[in-house]
Design a protein around this ligand. Structure first.
Ligand SMILES: [Zn+2]
Length: 208
């Protein structure tokens, strides 16, 4: 399934979670955005094997990297002490600039390193883990670990830590629903998918 479809389904799951727990309008907006991002996340691995083949995917990765950069700038301004603010702000700004400059190889890897660095400077465990996730995705073959149960669990840990950190209910459920919606949309049972997902990696590499 393509990026736009994943994004739309993810956003819809965010909206459903928001309606279920009856959030305020601003939180609803946040959850819809988070659902959309989570719905795209598993495909960050396209920077690996298909790196030089799909140009549209680069646009998606670039947008995700820039979005993370923008979020990091805002997050840094709200949280942290004066120095932390400027370090996070600088890294976020650097990521936005870098990701718009580097269009080809290694962009995702650089983004991952940037996020890890940002996590350490802001002392946010979820940000460090997110950077590690991005780094792994940049090396993993397409539709492998990010599209597996292990990927779901790892992303779930990040989402839980993120929810605790910003203190907004529904963040964890939205991230999980968005991420899982992507895996469901990618299974071989659906007629428009030629390939399935290896859900049980590394135990079994059977595509489902
Ligand atoms: Zn996918």
């Amino acid at each position: 399934m393509n990026g736009t479809a994943h994004l739309t389904i993810g956003a819809a799951t965010g909206f459903i979670v928001a309606n279920t727990i009856q959030t305020t309008p601003s939180t609803t907006l946040l959850l819809v955005g988070l659902g959309a991002v989570s719905g795209l996340f598993p495909d960050l691995d396209i920077d690996g094997k298909l790196r030089n083949k799909i140009t549209l995917s680069h646009k998606v990765i670039q947008s995700v990297a820039q979005l993370i950069g923008i979020l990091m700038v805002f997050y840094s301004l709200y949280e942290g002490t004066a120095t932390e603010k400027w370090i996070g702000f600088g890294i976020g700004l650097g990521m936005i600039t870098l990701s718009s400059l580097i269009k080809q190889k290694h962009m995702l890897m650089i983004t991952g390193i940037g996020v890890v660095a940002g996590g350490f400077s802001l002392q946010e465990i979820w940000l460090i883990l997110l950077g590690i996730y991005i780094l792994i995705a940049s090396f993993a073959p397409h539709r492998s670990y990010t599209h597996s149960l292990l990927g779901v669990i790892f992303f779930g840990i990040i989402a839980k830590k993120f929810e605790i950190s910003i203190g907004i209910n529904g963040v964890f459920y939205t991230c999980m629903a968005g991420y899982i919606s992507h895996l469901i949309a990618d299974i071989k049972l659906l007629p428009f998918n030629k390939r399935g997902i290896k859900l049980f990696l590394p135990v079994s590499s059977k595509e489902i």
